[in-house]
Design a protein around this ligand. Structure first.
Ligand code: ADP
Ligand code: MG
Length: 282
């Protein structure tokens, strides 16, 4: 992959979304007429760290073709101001919006989605990569269909952005709600942070709200460090099995060394069986 200096092979269209560091636009590859999602990252935001970005892009390119539920990076180029990353276009929107539209997910549907995501997470962890920014805004559906594949997006660059983001999130706005205790404690962190984040996503899928929502970022951070959350209000949890709750508890284990790995999470009985265990059999 040799980066072109000018992104002239693509024409960009409407904005698909924006995150902390980038704007993502729909882009058409002029020669082939194929549509992509083009992530435009302002180089100023990563001054002095461009080499890290290039490394990360190489890794991203290598791993993204190895699992069907990771958004594939197809192309990358840069101008003096921006980096452009062209990914598979996901037209089904963010998991975040589907949760909001539905209120919450039925347990069996949630387990199906989580099984797929955890398999992809186990795959990237086996490749030595930590996502570090798993949340429903970064989990996209490939198509608008109800049963569309879920895809992990916003990959790889988070390691580089991380320190900046931590101060940004705790000082200004945004939600650190998916960040593991060890990130705040600055005690060193790695793959277990992805499992924690998926624990928060699981809670969100089942209840329709997140476990560590507090009035201020400081209170939220303290709740996370103390692992302070409940399966309440009860009416939102009435239909959620003990097995599912146990899965959430395991992922939200404060000590990263005692937290299950992604592979172990897949072996938890809530995800291990595809037959919904909470339906009693005669
Ligand atoms: P950031 O690092 O700034 O959070 P993301 O990669 O998460 O950037 O992209 C921001 C938003 O753009 C996503 O939350 C999503 O709504 C949209 N987006 C990102 N990648 C794609 C894609 N491949 N297809 C469709 N929309 C996308
Ligand atoms: Mg994002």
């Amino acid at each position: 992959m040799s980066p072109a200096t000018v992104p002239c092979q693509y024409r960009t269209g409407k904005t698909l979304g924006s995150g902390t560091y980038a704007i993502v636009k729909e882009a058409i590859h002029i020669k082939t007429g194929k549509y992509y999602a083009c992530k435009v990252i302002n180089k100023k935001l990563m001054e002095g760290r461009e080499h890290m970005v290039r490394n990360e892009i190489a890794v991203l390119k290598r791993i993204s073709s190895g699992n069907p539920n990771i958004v594939t990076l197809h192309d990358y180029f840069e101008t003096s101001h921006n980096l452009y990353l062209c990914f598979d276009l996901c037209t089904g929107g963010e998991l975040f919006d589907r949760i909001c539209a539905r209120g919450n997910y039925y347990e069996a549907d949630a387990a199906d989605l989580l099984r797929t995501i955890f398999k992809a997470v186990a795959y990237i962890h086996a490749a030595g990569i930590v996502h570090r920014d798993l949340k429903p805004e970064n989990l996209l559906f490939r198509t608008p269909a109800e049963e569309a594949d879920i895809m992990i997006a916003d990959f790889g660059l988070s390691r580089i952005m991380e320190e900046e983001k931590l101060s940004l999130l705790t000082e200004v706005c945004g939600t650190p709600g998916y960040m593991a205790p060890e990130i705040f404690l600055k005690s060193g962190h790695s793959k277990p942070v992805d499992v924690w984040a998926m624990g928060v996503v699981t809670y969100f899928l089942l209840a329709g709200y997140t476990p560590f929502d507090r009035d201020t970022p400081k209170a939220e951070m303290e709740a996370i460090i103390a692992g302070e959350y409940r399966f309440e209000p009860e009416e939102y949890w009435a239909n959620v099995s003990e097995t599912a709750r146990d899965f959430v508890r395991a992922c939200l284990t404060i000590d990263p060394n005692k937290r299950p790995t992604a592979q172990e999470a897949l072996e938890h009985k809530w995800l291990a069986s595809t037959t919904p265990h909470f339906v009693s059999t005669p």
